[in-house]
Design a binder for this molecule. Structure first.
Ligand code: SAM
Length: 432
């Protein structure tokens, strides 16, 4: 397919997403099935155009003065891909499979690409109902922070120190990936996003299959390190899901002590078994819930560190999942907040006096972060947030202090400040 034909296809897919209010993945899959002549490179390029259009949906529509799929794609080519108006015009030749030629108004609008006077939610490309919440966290950095969340994310890897002695060893074994060391996590390697949005097939690498590396955003690596777990400790990973954090915690504990990994959704927990085996982890007991029964009641009051990687809206991962931002609704935030309350209350019963709860989300919304902890401390006496410097000292991450955003009870990582997904972490110590 020609580049122009791919743009026509992206406009078509975007129209389908809008008309049928369906996830981008479904619309892209259907498009592929009904256009079997398109090769994998074409499909990847079209997906990349669609996701870039979703990243800049509000600002692209604003500069073009219209909300049609065509306007959004044209505006995106200008704002996100940096094409000048002549380059966009060349793609829109109106020839076979190419989009119709630009109108005079479209040419003028692409020329000025003017976001002056745009509301914050347009300039920063986010749903307007979360503006006040974001304003509370970011203040005058609101638009720059949110714009950083519209960029494409790199592919980050965590080097598994249970299998390799150093990050260098893994790096040197995989020179063809072109990875560089991540600046903040001592365990991270980073592969820049590809032109067409596709990364290398890391999971096919022999080193991946041997457990030397895991795919994990640098922010996720950092919040796991912030938990500060040590060999010999008793740890519960209460929302273990597929085990991303569990694997990182086990490596920090050098396979000594015990991690109990559980989740209230047995299906989400299922892949953890293969991942633990591949990573050479020996100190994790997986507690799969039976018929919704709590699988860790015997551990109440005994645990040094309860890790709560809480269910959340995932707003901090919009770089990877731009489709999600336009589907976020107040109702889903309310549901997540109730779940957060439930997991925090459960964690409170597990932790021993003097132990700690590590609370993590991949969100930047204060309702799910500081507010959730403030409400928890209202409900439970005897928990104190650990000051930022102590959190960082305990995890030997003092070097990230200037980069992170300190919040009332914890810290916030963001694409703008730390070059990572938007993670929040805080530690509540149970008074002895
Ligand atoms: C952010 S995801 C966990 C990701 C995982 N820790 C990782 O690093 O791969 C949140 C998880 O919380 C689980 N969850 C939601 N409510 C829960 C509850 N009340 N108790 C335990 N887990 C819960 C969800 O099933 C989901 O797997």
């Amino acid at each position: 397919m020609t580049p122009a034909a791919r743009i026509s296809a992206a406009i078509e897919v975007l129209a389908d997403i809008e008309a049928r209010r369906r996830p981008a993945t479904d619309a892209l899959k259907d498009w592929g099935l009904s256009h079997r002549f398109a090769g994998s490179k074409d499909r990847a390029a079209i997906a990349s155009l669609v996701y870039d259009a979703l990243r800049r949906k509000a600002s692209a529509a604003w500069i073009m003065g219209e909300t049609t799929p065509r306007a959004i794609v044209l505006g995106m080519l200008r704002l996100q891909r940096g094409l000048d108006p002549a380059a966009v015009a060349a793609l829109c030749s109106g020839e076979r499979f190419a989009p119709e030629p630009l109108t005079a108004d479209e040419s003028v609008r692409l020329e000025s690409a003017d976001l002056g006077g745009a509301p914050a939610a347009v300039a920063g490309d986010f749903p307007d109902w979360i503006e006040l919440s974001l304003q509370r966290v970011f203040g005058e950095d609101l638009i720059s922070e949110m714009r950083a969340l519209t960029a494409r994310a790199p592919l980050d890897l965590r080097v598994n120190t249970l299998k390799v002695s150093s990050r260098e060893e893994a790096h040197d074994a995989l020179p063809h990936l072109g990875a560089v060391e991540t600046p903040l996590s001592p365990l991270g390697l980073r592969i820049a996003p590809g032109e067409d949005g596709r990364g290398p097939a890391v999971q096919s690498e022999p080193e991946f299959r041997k457990g030397w590396i895991e795919i994990q955003d640098e922010g996720s690596q950092l919040v796991a390190l912030l938990a500060g777990v040590k060999p010999g400790e008793q740890v519960v990973d209460l929302c273990a899901g597929g085990g991303g954090k569990t694997l990182a915690l086990a490596a920090m504990m050098e396979n000594h002590g015990q991690i109990y990994a559980t989740d209230n959704d047995a299906r989400r927990l299922a892949p953890i078994h293969d991942r633990l085996a591949r990573a050479g982890v020996r100190n994790v007991q997986v507690r799969t819930p039976r018929a919704k029964a709590d699988a860790v009641t015997d551990l109440d009051g005994k645990i040094d560190c309860v890790v709560v990687d809480a269910p959340c809206t995932g707003v901090g991962t919009w770089r990877r999942n731009p489709d999600a931002k336009w589907r976020l609704r107040p109702g889903s935030l309310d549901v997540r907040r109730k779940e957060q309350e439930a997991v925090l209350d459960r964690a409170a019963r597990l932790v021993r006096p003097g132990g700690r709860i590590v609370y993590i989300t991949c969100s930047i919304l204060p309702e799910e972060n500081d507010d959730a902890l403030a409400a928890f401390m209202e409900r439970h006496d005897g928990f104190t947030p650990l000051p930022l410097t102590k959190i960082l000292d305990a995890s030997r991450l003092g070097h990230i202090e200037k980069a992170v955003r300190a919040t009332a009870h914890g810290l916030q990582l963001t694409p703008l400040r730390t070059g990572t997904d938007g993670f929040y972490a805080a530690i509540l110590v149970r008074n002895p």
